[in-house]
Design a protein around this ligand. Structure first.
Ligand code: C5P
Length: 226
């Protein structure tokens, strides 16, 4: 079916932010709303795939016909993805995962007690996309797509991520572009893929710039390319 190009495939999408607790009332997070990931999940469903959406805390409604796995922390998200990864054909990681967490959240509320400064010691979270890149099958039967949000050196940073995390595609967006980034209904992205002809082409990536478009249309475009 031309309109169901993903029929019979398992698609896994990560979306939204993570929340990393500091104490019973506070957490570290970011501005992700989940819009891009939810659009990807709905588009993959419309294209015929069986879709699992691993979602951090967002206020969006679960797309109908999609299996949603709700998670809170980066480690929860890692567990949800890693246990499903082997059964996945196409994985798109659109989540804004917290890079760091408090090693142990305080069991009680952290008090001011006349302090004027407070130092938090953080430890790094697992990189889910990098893990998936390391664990995908060698026969090319699994396709992996990451996202990158940058505030400077967009293409250079994204090309580095494409290679280091063994992705088949990396979708880069610059937070500073009008019509791009968190909470908007549109995005402006650059799509990076490994160079076609690695023997003769010594560039780091093939680069395709996509003008501003609704996240719903962009989701279809990304899945079509994948
Ligand atoms: O390195 P950076 O965080 O910019 O990479 C962004 C990409 O990596 C996104 O696809 C994001 O979902 C993924 N990521 C992840 N686990 C992390 C950090 C990022 O899956 N701990």
């Amino acid at each position: 079916h031309a309109d169901q190009p993903l029929k019979g495939l398992n698609v896994l999408v990560t979306a939204g932010p993570t929340q990393e607790p500091l104490d019973p009332v506070r957490y570290l997070t970011n501005h992700s709303t989940g819009k891009m990931g939810y659009a990807l999940a709905a588009a993959a469903r419309d294209m015929g795939a069986h879709v699992t959406l691993v979602s951090g805390p967002v206020s969006l409604e679960a797309p109908e016909g999609v299996d949603v796995v709700d998670v809170t922390t980066a480690r929860d998200m890692f567990a949800a993805v890693s246990e499903r990864f082997d059964a996945t054909d196409v994985t798109v990681m659109a989540a804004a995962v917290g890079d760091f967490r408090a090693e142990t959240a305080s069991p009680q509320k952290i008090k001011k007690h006349g302090r004027t400064t407070l130092t938090l010691e953080l430890v790094s979270n697992p990189d889910i996309l990098a893990w998936a890149g390391e664990h995908k099958r060698d026969d090319g039967s699994q396709v992996l797509c990451g996202f990158a949000m940058e505030t400077e050196h967009l293409v250079e940073n994204a090309a580095k991520k494409l290679a280091e995390k063994h992705c088949d595609m990396l979708v880069a967006n610059n937070l500073r572009d009008p019509g791009a980034g968190f909470a908007t209904d549109t995005n402006v992205v650059t799509i990076l893929t490994p160079p076609d002809d690695v023997e003769h082409d010594h560039s780091i990536a093939d680069i395709e710039r996509i003008g501003q478009m609704p996240k719903t249309d962009l989701a279809r475009l990304i899945l079509g390319r994948l």
